[in-house]
Design a protein around this ligand. Sequence first.
Ligand code: NAD
Length: 357
Amino acid sequence: MSPAKRGDPPRDPAERKRGASATASAPRTRGRAARKDPSEQYRGIQREVDRADKQQEKKGEKKQGAAQTGVRKEPEPPLPKQHLEKPGIEADLQLRPNYMAPEYKGSGKLQDMVAIITGGDSGIGRAVAVLYAREGADVALVYLPSEDVDAQETREAVEREGRRCLLIPGDVSDYDFCEEAVERTVRELGKLDILVNNAAFQEHAQDIDQLTLEHFDRTIKTNLYGYFHMAKAAVPYLEQGSAIINTGSVTGLQGSPDLLDYAMTKGGIHAFTRSLSTNLIEKGIRVNAIAPGPVWTPLNPADQSPKDIVKFGSDVPMKRPAQPEELSPLYVFLASPVCSSYMTGEIVPMVGGYKGG
Ligand code: NAD
């Protein structure tokens, strides 16, 4: 008879019985061990953390500066105290926004494509125009006629990148104008591959009583009708591989008590993006949105009080607003079929971090 191996059942019935009772008592022992109160361990961990907190207190407050995560140091609050008259000319802004992305190297990601950028004269739109040109695209800029001084500067920057820039002043809330803008782009630049819907009206109102019907109507007409008008006018010219990019906002994700109308349009833009993406999927046209947090452009200095603008962007985890050049690479990524061909209907936040609970 071969010797019993470890793990074999005992052959002798008496032994088997002893073994069975031993096995029956084993879970009780294990159960007692598992039910051991971990409170002493909790207190040990707590003592460690309390000790670390005290040391931190002795060392003084945590570092207060803004996060610098890019290739060059970007401005941080306090920002210059100012209030711009609407619509907000970038040339008048103290502390000019950084839009050139000097370290960004083009590599033909949009080679010989044609883009329309609404609100392309200044701010985010201007930075997008420059990078699209650096990636090989010609651009048409749609903007308010009173912002011609900004549009001229953007045109010069695009031309320095070696591409053509068409200026089309007008109002995106007027459908006929949007149709003309698209037709003119196709006539003069040859075709249309990319639409960036980015023009906006933003003006706060602290109380719903102060939000007039005229104010509400202007916001909706610019931000929602404008995006719809431009998409409707552009789609007949877009082909497989084309892209639409809508600028949304963190306010469309989180709401904003002082921007009831504006936040409502931004939430609408996000829903429009997702819906239109499915609507156009069979044509091979992608539709995505970017939802920025605070960005240093004329939009907020032409809305907020001088007292508030000084600390603009300080309440996000990065403790500073983005500069337009920090957003524009994402607009390239979403426009380029080389980069994002499997992405559509996305709302991509760019908000300077998350606070957590
Ligand atoms: P901006 O003031 O530089 O750009 C807004 C542009 O919209 C202007 O160039 C203006 O010419 C154009 N515009 C306004 N009304 C128009 C109309 N009726 N017809 C044609 N053009 C019109 O500001 P920005 O910050 O670059 O804004 C770009 C986009 O970014 C907007 O959609 C805005 O809502 C969004 N956004 C901005 C921030 C921010 O903190 N700056 C944050 C979230 C989202």
